[in-house]
Write a protein that binds this ligand. Structure first.
Ligand code: ATP
Ligand code: LTN
Length: 333
């Protein structure tokens, strides 16, 4: 029997943060290493252009993201690692799915509402609006059963399931209904400057996030500046959202549970906790950073990886698209 499929994607909209790492990438690696699934991991450049990008930066960020994923442990011998725009079927299935998506559904998407707040209404493009449909196409093309994501993507997964069910009911069984895989721990790492909003690589304030590739001194500085509160006690609750977030990061890098960390810092100040946290993060990122430096300079190898990845992905995607076109009544060439 063939293996169940896992699919996930990440945007090359900047350099990856520890939020991406803890909430997504780290889990991708664990799932890959279970050797139970066929895993596809995709750098979604077509999603990234739903907000303005500088072309040369997009190119750079795409290769950086590919290298960062491999440095974090994605092994192209085990997983299918590829770039979204290399497989045209993503755009093709999106069009079909657009025709069965209701505008009312898209109007309810919170990520769209949040992201569109950053722009003048007249400059919000329709790609940002239909972004979740492209994401549904990504997943459904590969008949993925499991989709490891952070908490923020749950609503998009629900839409994906809904579209798959609608298509299956209207035509006949075509798509596997996918399920999100959301690890509770670390599902949502918050901004260091505003613990009410999630840490995001496209945040305008660079003190809001820690990048996977930040130098040790930068990490120390950003953690030192992280917003806390005036209670002065290291405790895990929703009044102290800043400290809560820092404890979550500490826990993610050490695998210690929250209670252990709180007990360890009883009676100690925020300063000491922050200094220790910085060292924990620096040490945790060190092996990834070392491996990254080798990969990013090896352009031939990167090219080989993404070309082979695209070939394998294309084969699987075409198979689904052919079925879809046939069911909706398109004449095969
Ligand atoms: P952008 O800033 O461009 O919106 P992003 O940093 O939010 O991007 P994505 O590329 O959209 O990241 O997401 C990649 C994966 O990382 C998704 O599975 C998402 O759920 C997860 N993720 C993103 N930010 C966080 C976070 N702060 N905490 C936990 N997981 C996160
Ligand atoms: N929308 C996601 C990125 C993404 C994705 C996907 C995740 C695009 N396509 C398919 C899982 C499966 C995000 O913004 N984090």
């Amino acid at each position: 029997m063939s293996k169940e499929i896992v699919f996930s994607g990440i945007q090359p909209s900047g350099e990856p943060t520890i939020g991406n790492y803890i909430g997504a990438i780290r889990n991708w690696v664990d799932i890959q290493n279970e050797d139970k699934y066929t895993c596809l991991y995709c750098v979604v450049d077509m999603h990234a252009i739903t907000v303005p990008q500088v072309p040369k930066d997009l190119r750079k960020h795409t290769l950086e993201m590919l290298s960062a994923l491999m440095a974090a442990g994605i092994d192209p011998e085990k997983s299918i690692l590829f770039i979204q725009s290399h497989v045209p079927a993503h755009a093709e299935l999106t069009w079909v799915l657009n025709t069965i998506t209701y505008m009312g559904q898209l109007n309810r998407m919170t990520q769209f509402k949040e992201k569109s707040k950053r722009f003048e209404e007249a400059s919000i493009n329709s790609g940002l609006y239909t972004y979740p449909v492209l994401m549904a196409a990504d997943i459904l093309l590969y008949q993925a059963k499991y989709v490891p994501v952070g908490e923020d993507q749950k609503q998009h997964l629900e839409l994906t399931r809904d579209l798959a069910e609608r298509f299956n009911n209207r035509y006949s069984d075509t798509f596997v209904i996918p399920e999100p895989l959301i690890k509770e721990q670390g599902a949502r790492i918050m901004s260091l400057q505003d613990p009410e909003s999630k840490m995001s690589k496209s945040d305008a304030d660079e003190n809001a996030y820690i990048l996977l590739l930040d130098e040790p001194d930068v990490i120390r500085r950003k953690i030192k500046r992280a917003v806390t509160d005036s209670e002065g006690v290291i405790a895990y609750n929703d009044r102290q959202k800043g400290i809560k977030n820092l404890i979550n990061i500490y826990s993610a890098f050490t695998n210690e549970d929250v209670e252990t960390i709180v007990a360890k810092y009883e009676g100690k100040g925020y300063g000491i906790f922050k200094e220790d946290l910085a060292e924990v993060v620096i040490e945790g990122l060190r092996p990834i950073q070392e491996s990254y430096k080798e990969l990013i300079n090896n352009k031939d190898y990167l090219e080989k990886v993404y070309k082979e990845g695209a070939e394998k992905a294309e084969y699987m995607a075409r198979k689904t698209l052919r079925k879809v076109y046939k069911k909706i009544g398109f004449i095969p060439r």
